[in-house]
Every structure is written in structure tokens, then in C-alpha cells.
Design a protein around this ligand. Structure first.
Ligand code: ADP
Ligand code: MG
Ligand code: MG
Length: 902
């Protein structure tokens, strides 16, 4: 095991020793630098200090034994290879020190360039660069600035301020107008700033610079911002970062040098072509910092044809090698091209589908891989309406795309005004600095929400996502003045009543109305765009990948639909049945009066009359749905919500009665109603008289519904159709509840169905924790289970769903207590465990028990994977989520290696 032991203590890898699959050990940047080196691409030589070294440092507070020696050895080898010594006064080797974790992570230390420069070697560097003093002093001032800022926490503004002062003394805005003397003066100023803030001189020892920079990278893993980011993104806290030490190449040596970034395809649309930016005579960070204007990469062809051609051939090579879109950072030093970074690049949702489709066409990947490379969140994004010709409009600000969609409307600044204007039928955009729970009504009334502060986990962002409402948060270019009812942005003032448009995907904000266009992907799902006959790369790619997902998936996908129209739409979207047909709404509108009569009934006769009147109405509802879903299963849930929801609000009723009494009117009926409302008032209606409890308390209610379902099924079947009803009893916590309902239902069904051939299943929701824990018993009386994960989450966590999102979830998300709302994505460890237990024990008691899930989680990508893993038969979700669930159910199979987990 000696070899193993030495390997464990190998903390430093030369670029020639690594490869792209070693991201855990070498970080993303290091692994890809090694990969490019081994492909023979021009990468400046260097080495990577492993994440293991970082882990050891963080655990003990000091560099692990052997690290210093290994760095020394690799540095010596590097010096031999380059024929220079680190910081040599005559001809210095300079290096960059670059962090690079497995996942790219904001909040971590950035890069320090030009390590190895000091008061002596700056002179040597100038000499080696052909007496280019300007270049040498510019490089030195950058080192002090970056080192000061990132290694010693000197406030960056101080350096920027000093730079601005020199520029304004010279009367220029352009760094390039500063000459060697100016920059030498700047170095002096920077050193003073360094001394003032650190209490020590800028370190002149090259090796000390290097060691301090490496240590700072290690420590930046635990910077506050990095910790927060990891918690939110669920990145494990113990990965650590690698550190890359890379020989410097110089893009700031003159007009024949420069630096740039490039993509192998358009990350916006996925189109093939050349996309990137180039900046002549500059060092790396200038491109990103936007200090000077970059030129489109195509310009490089004119500036330096041979580097350009080489770059293009390298990009083609990389794309073929990685079999994906790559992004690239490069530098040209006096006509010589160097590759400084590559990785599989980020892309928009549309580009993800288009690129996956193209790579299949090119034979670089197969359809399984294409399916793996897209996801349901992207598909969901593509199903929102978008702004038309967005590129023809100039955004005035860009914030965070906090909740997707495109919305235009009249600007309002208060919740009250939003409600007022919305009541007049106007579209409004609620603009706030940040929202708080008092803004809830305004947020409900608004088409979209725009805030100048806050990120993806701000109150506005969390609540808007929960409501499915378009939201841009943290657009900090906008200055909101609520009392004055206006905001200013880019020198313009926008008052209440003006129109703005916001894009909740890109975070862009426009003045005026930008026309909205429907999603082509939705048109395709609805059947109005034929992928075989239109020239639309996106629709063709979506079609191809969806078809593949359908072929792969084991989970069936049903929909939640309460009306024939919803059912029909969901069927076009690919739904294979209805997993949840709620019957509550069927008791509203002009049927309310019948329900009131039912609730108020004193004598049995009154109640029966009310139920008899409701029966044909319910039967017609179910017939319509069974016809639309002809041949597919339809799960009908017996009535669930608390009865008082059907009665007028207590206060209003009390006032009405008092007024009527005053006038001496006959109020006997109103008084009876008032008494009933008082009687039924509940402190915690969510935990009160609802679901099966209601069915057991009001005689005849469930019986009427069961009869309506059975009669509707028989009617559809006798008309030549096929009805497959499944009756679902809500809120069961004990098998005795279900047995009681079942006994009565079976009698009615037998009576109605006769020999029509209709088969009616009876099952239950599993949504009370006790039901999950006694699933073995409950399965004795149930032919199917449908997990109601909304209530299961609510009761599992003790969260009142209607209250928590506005009240404190944003804070929980901000603190990283959970990375995502457990109502949005199932909490695998807690609520998921209940599902797992119920699935296992239910199936053990009744093999062949049908298992599904209804509720928002059925359309959530991560949750779909979970339901696949625990072996459910189907998920059910809202019609618009059906395609997302189909896609993710296919991905779940591909990602678990095609195995059937049951
Ligand atoms: P980030 O992770 O923020 O992209 P990098 O480590 O890639 O940080 O460094 C940022 C930029 O610094 C690079 O794009 C490159 O232009 C420049 N840079 C880094 N190392 C070197 C080097 N050895 N020679 C020249 N430029 C470098
Ligand atoms: Mg980079
Ligand atoms: Mg429920």
C-alpha cells in the first residue's frame, strides 16, 4: 500500500499529470488546464495544488507536511523549463495564483497576477521586454493592487481612487495614456496604501508573495459570502479549493498583444459561429472589468490573422473533445496565442436544447446524453411567454431574473394602488425598493414585481416564485422614491402611471411596452406547430428530446384538472390521466345556495333535497371529464375543504343581521346562517373539519359524490366510451376512516354499476403523517395511494403553507436553513422519508398497490427524480408542468443508468 500512501500525500500536480476528470482533486480550472496541456494546446506551464491540501490546511490551520517541499520541487522544475527563476532581478519568472474549486463559486478569492515582481525584478522585466518600462511598471502596480485587495483585504476603492487621481491629473480617462513615470508614481502610491492598511511593507520576497497568495486562496474557501453561497446551492462545505500556479504570459506588451474570451457557439441561441470579445494591449481582468471597450472577436482576424486561425482551430478541437459548448479565456503575447482557461460553458435554456440536438446530429453525443444535458427547469422557462424582438429594445437596467416570465404594465409604488388599478382591469408592475409581508395584496394584484434591492432569496423573489409571478429583483441602477411615487434610472424619471416591461428570466427592465409573444414550445405542445415542417431549431430539438424521454421513462405522468377544458389541454401536453380532480369548485358559483341549504338543514328531508339537487350537477361535471379523458384513468377526490369556506364571512353576516333587525325585518334565515357560521368557526381550519372528517360528519355528502361518479361513468360507457374512475378519499389518518367510507361507497357502486362493466377503484390520499406511518394498515382498504405532498409537507414541518412563504421563508432561504422551499421541491430527508415508508409498507401489505403523487411536487424536476427512485407509478401535476414531468421522468431513467429501481 506504499504507493497509495504516497499518492495520498501528493499535494501538487504538474499540468501534464492531471486531466479533466480530476475536478474533485484539481478543481475545474486545474483539471481543464491539465486536459488542454495533454491535448498539446498552448497552455503556459504550471501546476495545481490540490483540494486535499486545502482541506488539510483548513482542518489544522497550517500547511500539511510536505506541501512546502512539493511546491518547491514543482517551482524548480517550472524554472528549469522556462529558463528563468521566480523573481530573478535580471530575468524574472512571474506566475499567476488562481483559485479553482470543483464548482465555480462567487465569493472566493480571485486571481493574483504577476507574482514575483518587486523593486528589483521590475527593472529586469522591463529590460527583457525590450526596455519596455511602461509595461513593467504597469504589471507591478497590478500586482500590488491585486495582492493588496485579495490577499491582505486592502479596500479596492483606495487603489482605484489613486489611479483615478493620476488619470485626472493627466486629464485622461484611458489607462493607456499613462506613461512609465506615471505608473512608477502609482506604484509608490499603492505601496503607501498597502502599508497604511496592513502595517507592513509590500513583501519583496517572491516566494513569500507566492506562499501568502496560496494561503489566501485556501482561506477564501471559508469567506462569509462563499459559505452562504454554498449553503444556498447545496455545495458540500468540505470540498475545498485547488490553487493553480501558472506562468505569466502578457497581453499588455503592446498592440500586438491582447486578451479575450470566446465561446464555441452562441450561448444565447446555440447557433454555430464565432462569439467572443477581444481587447488589445490588456491583461486579463480588464476584459471583464469593462474598463475599456472590447471589440468583437471577429476583429482579431484583421489584427492578427495567424493567432485568429489558430484560435478557431483550437475551439473546434475543444468542442469535439468535450462534445459540448466550451468557453475559453486566452491571451496573445506578441503574436503568440496562449490558452488560459476552458470549461463547458453556461448557456440559455433555448441554447441548451438546440446545442444538444445539434450535437446528436453531428454524431458527437447520443440521445441519452442529449436528454441528460437539458432539464425541466429549462423547459419550464421556454414555456413562458417572451418579449418579442427584445433585442430591438434597450434595457435601462438589469437586475436578477428572480421569477421567470415577461410582463408589461403601469408602474405603481404601493400595494394599495396596485390593488386599485388591477380592479379597474389594468396590468400593473409593482415597483418597490424591497417588498415585505405588507405588500402581499399588491403582489397578488400585480402582473409583475420589480425591486431595486435583494437577490434570488429576497422576500419579493421567494413570494413571486411561489405565486408564479414575473419578478426582477435587485435592479440596483434603479433609484426608487416611494413617497414621491417615482423612480429614476439612467437619468430618466419614471412616475406612477408610466409603463415599464420586465423580463423575469434575464432580469432586464425596459421603459415602455415591449410586445409579448407566446412561447413556440407551448404552441408545439398544443399541436399548432409541426416540428417536421417548420424551420425552428428549438422546436425540432424539443420534439426530438421529448420523444426520447417518453420512450425512456417508467413513471407515467398525469395531470391535476378540474374541468373538461383543463383536461383536454393537459391531454395535448401528454397527460396520461388525471391524478387529481378536485371537486370543491363544483360547489361554488350558483351552487353555493344549495350547499348553504345542505349545511343549514335541520331535518333529514331538507338535507336530502339539497343533495338530490346537487347530484345531477355533479354527474354532469364528471361526465364531461370522463369524456375528455376517454380511456385514461381519472382520480376524483371527494370534497376536501372546510365547510365554512362555503358560507359568508362571519363579520359581514353579523352586520347584515344587526342592520336587518334594526329595520324590523324578518331575519330568521340570516340568524340561522349566522349561528351555523359561528358554530363552524375554526381557529385552525387546516387542521379542522375537512376531508374525510367532513364526509363522516355530514350524512349523504360523500354518498352523493360517489353516486355521481359511478353514474357518470356508466353514462359514458353506455355511450360507447371508456371511463376509468378512481375515487380518492382525502385526509385519511386511520384505516378505520377509510373502511367506513369504503363500506358505504361499495354498496352504492355495486348498485349503480350493475353489469355495465365499469370498474371503480377506491383509494386514499396519503397526506397526514399518521397515514404514512400506518400505510400497511391503510393499504388493506385502499387500491391506490396518492401522496398529497403539499399537506404532507405542511403537517410534516408544521408550516402553514398560506402563511409561511410571506412571513419568514425568505429569511430561512437567506440563512441557508434550506436551499429551496420544501413546498417547491420535496424535502427528501423528512417528508420524503414519510413517502418512502408509506410506499414500502403499503406495497408490502398489498402487492400491486398503485402509487402516485398529486400536488405541486409532481411537476418539480428534483422531486420527480425522487418519486422515480422510490418506485411510484405516476406523478400528477398542473397541465403546464406535464411536459416538464415527462422530460424529468425520462432523465431520471437515464441518470440512474436505465435501471428500474422498483
Ligand atoms: P476567474 O476564475 O475569475 O476567471 P482566472 O484565474 O481565470 O479567474 O483569471 C482571470 C484572468 O486573469 C484570466 O482570464 C486571464 O486573462 C488572467 N490570467 C490568469 N492567469 C494568467 C497568466 N498566467 N498569464 C496571463 N494572464 C493570466
Ligand atoms: Mg477565468
Ligand atoms: Mg390536501
Amino acid at each position: 500500500m506504499a504507493a497509495q500512501e504516497t499518492d495520498d500525500h501528493k499535494y501538487v500536480y504538474d499540468f501534464s499529470e492531471g486531466n479533466k476528470d480530476l475536478k474533485d482533486l484539481l478543481g475545474g480550472k486545474g483539471a481543464n488546464l491539465a486536459e488542454m496541456t495533454n491535448l498539446g494546446l498552448p497552455v503556459p506551464p504550471g501546476f495545481t495544488i490540490t483540494t486535499k491540501a486545502c482541506q488539510a490546511y483548513l482542518a489544522t490551520g497550517r500547511e500539511p507536511d510536505g506541501l512546502a517541499g512539493q511546491i518547491e520541487a514543482h517551482l524548480r522544475a517550472l524554472e528549469r523549463e522556462m529558463g528563468k527563476r521566480l523573481g530573478d532581478p535580471g530575468d524574472p519568472l512571474l506566475v499567476s495564483v488562481r483559485s479553482g474549486a470543483k464548482f465555480s463559486m462567487p465569493g472566493m478569492m480571485e486571481t493574483v497576477l504577476n507574482v514575483g515582481l518587486n523593486d528589483q525584478s521590475v527593472v529586469g522585466l522591463a529590460a527583457q521586454a525590450g526596455q519596455n518600462d511602461r509595461f513593467a511598471w504597469d504589471s507591478y502596480r497590478r500586482l500590488i493592487q491585486m495582492f493588496g485587495k485579495t490577499v491582505c483585504e486592502v479596500p479596492g476603492e483606495e487603489f482605484e481612487h489613486a489611479l483615478d487621481e493620476i488619470k485626472s491629473a493627466k486629464g485622461t480617462h484611458d489607462d493607456l495614456d499613462l506613461d512609465a513615470d506615471d505608473l512608477r508614481g502609482l506604484v509608490d502610491a499603492y505601496k503607501k496604501i498597502f502599508l497604511k492598511h496592513t502595517g507592513r511593507e509590500f513583501p519583496q520576497q517572491p516566494r513569500e508573495q507566492l506562499d501568502l497568495a496560496i494561503r489566501a486562496v485556501f482561506e477564501s474557501w471559508n469567506a462569509e459570502r462563499a459559505i452562504l453561497y454554498r449553503r444556498q446551492e447545496r455545495i458540500p462545505a468540505d470540498l475545498g479549493t485547488a490553487v493553480n500556479v501558472v506562468t505569466m504570459v502578457f497581453g499588455n506588451l503592446g498592440p500586438d498583444s491582447g486578451t479575450g474570451v470566446a465561446f464555441t457557439r452562441d450561448p444565447g441561441s446555440g447557433a454555430q459561429g464565432i462569439y467572443g470579445d477581444y481587447l488589445a494591449n490588456a491583461q486579463g481582468e480588464d476584459v471583464v472589468a469593462g474598463i475599456r471597450n472590447t471589440v468583437p472577436l471577429q476583429e482579431l482576424e484583421r489584427l492578427d490573422k495567424s493567432s485568429y486561425d489558430e484560435l478557431l482551430s483550437i475551439m473546434a478541437r475543444l468542442e469535439e473533445h468535450y462534445r459540448d459548448l466550451c468557453d475559453i479565456e486566452f491571451t496573445i503575447e506578441r503574436g503568440k496565442l496562449w490558452m488560459l482557461q476552458t470549461r463547458v460553458g453556461k448557456r440559455t435554456a433555448a441554447a441548451a436544447f438546440v446545442i444538444a440536438g445539434q450535437l446528436v446530429d453531428e454524431g458527437l453525443i447520443d440521445l441519452d446524453e442529449a436528454l441528460h444535458r437539458v432539464n425541466g427547469a429549462q423547459l419550464a422557462q421556454l414555456m413562458f411567454p417572451r418579449f418579442q424582438l427584445e433585442h430591438e429594445f434597450q434595457p435601462v437596467a438589469t437586475g436578477i431574473g428572480a421569477s421567470p416570465g415577461a410582463a408589461s404594465g403601469t408602474v405603481v409604488f404601493t400595494s394599495a394602488r396596485a390593488v386599485e388599478l388591477a380592479a379597474e382591469g389594468r396590468s400593473v408592475i409593482l415597483v418597490r425598493r424591497e417588498t415585505n409581508p405588507d405588500d402581499l395584496n399588491g403582489m397578488i394584484a400585480a402582473k409583475g414585481i420589480l425591486t431595486s434591492r435583494g437577490g434570488k432569496t429576497s422576500h419579493a423573489a421567494v413570494v413571486a416564485r411561489g405565486m408564479g409571478k414575473t419578478c426582477v429583483s435587485g435592479a440596483d441602477e434603479i433609484d426608487v422614491n416611494v413617497p414621491a411615487k417615482r423612480f429614476t434610472v439612467a437619468g430618466q424619471t419614471v412616475a406612477e402611471g408610466d409603463v415599464v416591461s420586465i423580463d423575469g428570466t434575464t432580469g432586464r427592465v425596459y421603459l415602455g411596452e415591449v410586445p409579448v409573444m407566446p412561447s413556440e414550445v407551448v404552441q408545439y405542445f398544443e399541436g399548432s406547430l409541426d416540428p417536421e415542417h417548420i424551420d425552428n431549431a428549438l422546436v425540432r430539438a424539443v420534439h426530438r428530446i421529448m420523444t426520447h424521454a417518453d420512450g425512456k421513462r417508467r413513471l407515467a405522468v398525469r395531470t391535476n384538472a378540474d374541468t373538461g377544458a383543463d383536461a383536454a389541454r393537459a391531454r395535448r401536453f401528454g397527460a396520461e390521466g388525471i391524478g387529481l380532480c378536485r371537486t370543491e369548485h363544483m360547489f361554488l358559483g350558483d351552487r353555493r345556495e344549495l350547499v348553504e341549504r345542505l349545511i343549514l338543514a335541520r331535518a333529514e328531508g331538507e338535507r336530502e333535497a339539497a343533495l338530490a339537487a346537487l347530484l345531477p350537477l355533479q354527474r354532469a361535471d364528471f361526465e364531461e371529464i370522463f369524456r375528455e379523458m376517454d380511456g385514461l384513468p381519472v382520480t376524483v377526490r371527494l370534497i376536501d375543504p372546510p365547510l365554512h369556506e362555503f358560507l359568508p364571512p362571519l363579520e359581514q353576516l353579523a352586520v347584515n343581521v344587526a342592520v336587518a333587525q334594526e329595520r324590523g325585518e324578518d331575519v330568521a334565515k340570516e340568524e340561522a346562517l349566522l349561528a351555523a357560521v359561528r358554530r363552524m368557526h375554526e381557529e385552525n381550519p387546516m387542521l379542522g373539519l375537512r376531508g374525510v372528517r367532513l364526509g363522516l360528519v355530514i350524512p349523504g355528502l360523500f354518498a352523493m359524490q360517489v353516486r355521481a361518479i359511478a353514474e357518470a361513468a356508466v353514462a359514458v360507457v353506455s355511450a360507447g366510451g371508456t371511463a376509468r374512475p378512481e375515487i380518492m378519499v382525502p385526509l385519511v389518518g386511520a384505516v378505520q376512516e377509510l373502511e367506513t367510507v369504503r363500506a358505504e361507497a361499495e354498496k352504492i357502486i355495486a348498485d349503480v354499476v350493475g353489469d355495465s362493466g365499469v370498474e371503480v377503484l377506491i383509494g386514499t390520499m396519503i397526506e397526514v403523517p399518521r397515514a404514512a406511518l400506518t400505510a400497511g394498515q391503510i393499504a388493506e382498504a385502499a387500491e391506490f395511494f396518492s401522496f398529497g405532498t403539499n399537506d404532507l409537507t405542511q403537517m410534516g414541518w408544521g408550516f402553514s403553507r398560506d402563511d409561511v412563504e410571506g412571513a419568514f421563508f425568505w429569511r430561512y432561504l437567506e440563512l441557508g436553513i434550506f436551499g429551496i422551499s420544501p413546498f417547491e421541491s420535496i424535502d427528501r430527508d423528512g417528508v420524503g422519508r414519510l413517502v418512502r415508508i408509506a410506499a414500502e409498507e403499503g406495497r408490502a401489505a398489498r402487492p400491486g398497490l398503485k402509487l402516485g403523487v398529486c400536488g405541486e411536487h409532481g411537476g418539480d424536476p428534483d422531486s420527480v427524480h425522487f418519486f422515480h427512485e422510490v418506485g411510484l407509478d405516476y406523478v400528477s401535476c398542473s397541465p403546464f408542468r406535464v411536459p416538464v414531468a415527462r422530460l424529468e421522468a425520462g432523465r431520471a431513467v437515464v441518470e440512474t443508468g436505465g435501471s428500474d429501481s422498483r
